[in-house]
Design a protein around this ligand. Structure first.
Ligand SMILES: [Zn+2]
Length: 304
């Protein structure tokens, strides 16, 4: 059984009517997976202790955000209105990415049905990211026996700027970002490996550059664990991405990452990452590719 990490709270915090964030996609994805009768088992995460965050973020930033006293201009940069429910959801989803690491170490592969807050920096959040779960999860993995180096493979269409800066001084956390060169964030601090691709990159261009690069990265750094952000905002119809990748391209990308992990016997904790469409239901088959891929590669389960 493939471990999936999910909490109903993921789609449950107040947003203004016209807000572009696809809040219902988590619930819709869970419902879609349930209908497939795939061999998965759900694990319910708990909220983390917020004080844990003071080890990686500025304590003043953490306490202000938790208490709702962060200046409005800084909340606007994050992109959500403050609410207690938002904070509860955020701390629970951080717990979810940590649980995904634990389950991946136990079973080889686990998938979190949210996560990927790569625009969260040391003392500010941006782009719908409050606290950085990828960096927190990498640090968590490094506390486990025999895990000496963790690689974060970030395939969201947006550059993993927060993760890159947080991990900059950590030789045991390797960051790899493949992203659109002309997209948010405008400032892209260096990851350990960056693969910027131009607007309108299609399946053939994406796969022919990404697969050799990620294979090289794994060979070069030989990580003991991989954290994979499988953002689907690389899709041609995404409203915040400028790539021209199809659902088939996303499938091949996810299969390639999963196969790389399986072949090298590296446990992989995946998060679904970004994906933005006004009609949220159209995102579901794209995010479901990650689960399908994990089942196919790690469990030899043919889904169709
Ligand atoms: Zn994104």
């Amino acid at each position: 059984m493939l471990p999936l990490i999910y909490h109903p709270i993921y789609s449950d915090f107040p947003l203004p009517e016209e807000h572009r964030y696809p809040l219902q996609k988590y619930r819709l994805l869970k419902e879609h997976i349930d209908k497939q009768c795939w061999p998965v088992e759900y694990h319910l995460p708990s909220s983390i202790d917020w004080q844990l965050l003071c080890e990686q973020h500025a304590p003043e930033y953490v306490t202000a955000l938790i208490n709702g006293t962060l200046p409005l201009v800084k909340m606007r940069r994050i992109g959500f209105p403050w609410s207690e429910a938002l904070i509860r959801r955020s701390l629970t989803s951080l717990g979810g990415t940590l649980l995904t690491v634990d389950k991946a170490l136990e079973h080889g592969c686990a998938v979190h049905l949210t996560g990927g807050y790569h625009h969260s920096h040391f003392d500010f959040g941006s782009g719908f990211c409050l606290f950085n779960d990828l960096f927190l999860a990498a640090r968590h993995a490094l506390t486990k026996p025999d895990i000496e180096r963790v690689m974060i493979i970030d395939c969201d269409v947006h550059h993993g700027d927060g993760t890159a800066t947080l991990a900059a001084d950590h030789n045991d956390i390797i960051t790899f970002s493949v992203h659109c060169d002309k997209n948010f964030p405008s400032r892209k601090p260096s990851s350990d490996m960056d693969l910027p691709l131009p607007r309108n990159t299609d399946d053939a261009d994406y796969l022919s550059q990404f697969i050799p690069a990620v294979t090289l990265a794994v060979h070069q750094y030989q990580p003991d664990m991989i954290i994979y952000d499988a953002g689907v905002d690389i899709h041609i119809d995404d409203e915040l991405g400028y790539f021209s990748v199809s659902q088939g391209g996303i499938r091949k990308r996810d299969d390639a990452v999963m196969a790389l992990c399986k072949d090298h016997q590296i446990p992989v904790a995946s998060v679904i990452g970004g994906g933005y469409r006004t009609d949220q239901s159209t995102l579901i088959p794209l995010h479901a590719e990650l689960v399908r891929s994990a089942l196919s590669i790690f469990h030899s389960h043919q889904t169709e």
